[in-house]
Design a binder for this molecule. Structure first.
Ligand SMILES: Cc1cc2nc3c(=O)[nH]c(=O)nc-3n(C[C@H](O)[C@H](O)[C@H](O)COP(=O)(O)OP(=O)(O)OC[C@H]3O[C@@H](n4cnc5c(N)ncnc54)[C@H](O)[C@@H]3O)c2cc1C
Length: 372
C-alpha cells in the first residue's frame, strides 16, 4: 500500500466526513475502522439536523455544517432518508416562552428562519400536541436523516474519489504520524486524524472524551400524524456530571411513519443496557407533550453513548502534544448535524487555510491548558 497523506481513524459520520473532505482537497486518504462505517454511536442517535444556539460558537459550527448538509442532500436526499420536517421547539410556560422568543430572534438574525408561535399557532402547526402550551418556535429548515446510511455513503464516496478504506482493522496505538493496528501492522502517513468517538481516550488518554448515555424508543408506523420534530425547550446540554439523569422530550417523525422518541442524558454510565426506569421517564416526558403516544405501540428501545467533553464542545484540531496527530471527536448530541462543518474546519486547519469560523473554541489544547 502506498503511504497515504492522511489516515483517518474511525468511520463514524465525523471520521467519514473528514476523510472525504481531505481526499476531495487533494490528499491521499486511508480511512480505518475497527468495525464498519457507522457502526459506532452514529447508528444509535436520532439524526436531527438542528441549528442549536446555546453559544455563538455552537451556532457558527451548526450553520457552517447545515450549509454543507444542504449541498450533500441536494444529490443524496433519498439515500440519507432526509425529511425537512423542521423543528418545533415547544414552550410549556412563560419562562420557556421567553427562551423560545430569544431563540427565534437569534436564529433569524443569522438567516436561519425561525418563527415564534403563540399557543394557538402551535396547536395549529402540530395538532397532536397537548392543549394549553405556551407557544414555541418553528425552525423550518431543520431536518432529519438516517446517519449510518450517510456514513456508509461517505465511505463509498471516499473510495470513489480514489481514497482507501480498511474496515475490521482495530487501531491499537497512535504515535506521531503513525498508527499500529491490533494485527501488529504499522501504518505511516503525513498526518493521522483520530475520529474514534468514545474510543479516543483509549488511544490517547490525555484527550478527555467521556460517554453520555441516552435512551431512545421507536413506535410502529403511524404515518401522517406528526409533521415536525417536536422538542421541549428544556432540551439541551446539561453540565458534565451535574445531574444523574436529565430528561426532556424529543420526538422525531421518521420517513417510515414511525415516531422516534428520546431523550435523556446520564454521565458516568458505561454500559449500553436499557434501564426500564429511565426509559419510562423518557416516555412519560414525551407523552406529556404528545398524549396520543400513550396509545401507540413501541417496537424497540435502545441506548447510545454520546462522546462528550467537559465544556460541551467537540475537539477539532491539532493534538497539543503529538506531532502530525489531529483530532475530530467529542461531538456529544450534535455530531450528525456538525459532521460536515467539522470536516471543513479540520481540513482548513490541516492545510493551513483560513477557517470559515473561529477554530479557537474547538482547539484540543484548551484541555491541555486547563490542566497546566
Ligand atoms: C441518544 C442519542 C441521540 C442523538 N441524537 C442526535 C441528533 O439528533 N443529532 C445529532 O446531530 N447528533 C445526535 N447524536 C450524536 C451523534 O450520534 C454523535 O455525535 C455522532 O454520531 C458521533 O460520531 P463519531 O463519528 O464521532 O463517532 P462514532 O459514530 O462512534 O464513530 C467512531 C468510529 O470509530 C471506530 N473505532 C473506535 N475505536 C477504534 C479503533 N481502536 N480502531 C479503529 N476504529 C475505531 C468505531 O468502530 C466507530 O465506527 C445522538 C447520540 C445519541 C446517543
Amino acid at each position: 500500500m502506498k503511504q497515504p497523506d492522511a489516515i483517518v481513524v474511525g468511520a463514524g459520520i465525523v471520521g467519514a466526513a473528514c476523510a472525504v473532505e481531505l481526499q476531495a482537497r487533494g490528499l491521499a486518504v486511508l480511512l480505518v475502522d475497527a468495525r464498519h462505517p457507522g457502526a459506532g454511536v452514529t447508528s444509535a442517535g436520532m439524526g436531527h439536523l438542528v441549528a442549536l444556539d446555546e453559544t455563538d460558537d455552537e451556532l457558527d459550527l451548526c450553520l457552517l455544517s447545515l450549509g454543507r448538509w444542504d449541498h450533500y442532500l441536494s444529490t443524496q436526499a433519498g439515500l440519507a432518508e432526509h425529511v425537512r420536517c423542521g423543528t418545533l421547539w415547544v414552550a410549556e410556560d412563560d419562562g420557556q416562552m421567553a427562551h423560545a422568543l430569544a431563540r427565534a430572534e437569534r436564529l433569524s438574525r443569522r438567516g436561519w428562519q425561525a418563527d415564534a408561535l403563540s399557543g394557538a399557532d402551535l396547536a395549529r402547526a402540530e395538532p397532536a400536541l397537548r392543549a394549553g402550551l405556551a407557544g414555541g418556535v418553528r425552525v423550518a429548515r431543520d431536518g432529519v436523516v438516517y446517519p449510518p446510511a450517510v456514513a456508509r455513503d461517505l465511505a463509498a464516496r471516499l473510495v470513489g474519489l480514489g481514497g482507501q478504506a480498511m474496515f475490521g482493522a482495530a487501531v491499537e496505538r497512535i504515535d506521531a504520524g503513525t498508527v499500529t493496528l491490533a494485527s501488529g501492522e504499522r501504518l505511516a502517513a503525513g498526518a493521522v486524524v483520530i475520529a474514534a468517538g468514545n474510543a479516543v481516550p483509549h488511544l490517547l488518554p490525555d484527550v478527555p472524551v467521556f460517554p453520555r448515555k441516552g435512551h431512545l424508543a421507536i413506535t410502529a408506523r403511524y404515518p401522517r400524524r406528526l409533521s415536525h420534530q417536536v422538542v421541549s425547550m428544556g432540551y439541551g446540554q446539561t453540565e458534565a456530571g451535574s445531574d444523574a439523569l436529565a430528561v426532556a422530550a424529543n420526538v422525531q417523525p421518521r420517513i417510515t411513519g414511525q415516531w422516534l422518541i428520546g431523550s435523556c442524558r446520564q454521565d458516568g454510565i458505561l454500559d449500553t443496557d436499557v434501564d426500564p426506569r429511565v426509559l419510562a421517564h423518557v416516555l412519560r416526558s414525551a407523552i406529556a407533550l404528545l398524549p396520543c403516544l400513550a396509545d401507540m405501540t413501541i417496537i424497540r428501545s435502545w441506548t447510545g453513548l454520546r462522546p462528550a467533553t467537559r465544556d460541551g464542545r467537540p475537539v477539532i484540531g491539532r493534538h497539543p502534544g503529538l506531532d502530525r496527530v489531529w483530532l475530530a471527536a467529542g461531538h456529544e448530541g450534535l455530531g450528525v448535524t456538525t459532521a460536515f462543518g467539522t470536516a471543513q474546519l479540520l481540513a482548513d486547519l490541516m492545510l493551513e487555510r483560513p477557517p470559515a469560523i473561529d477554530a479557537g473554541p474547538y482547539s484540543p489544547s484548551r484541555f491541555a491548558y486547563a490542566h497546566a
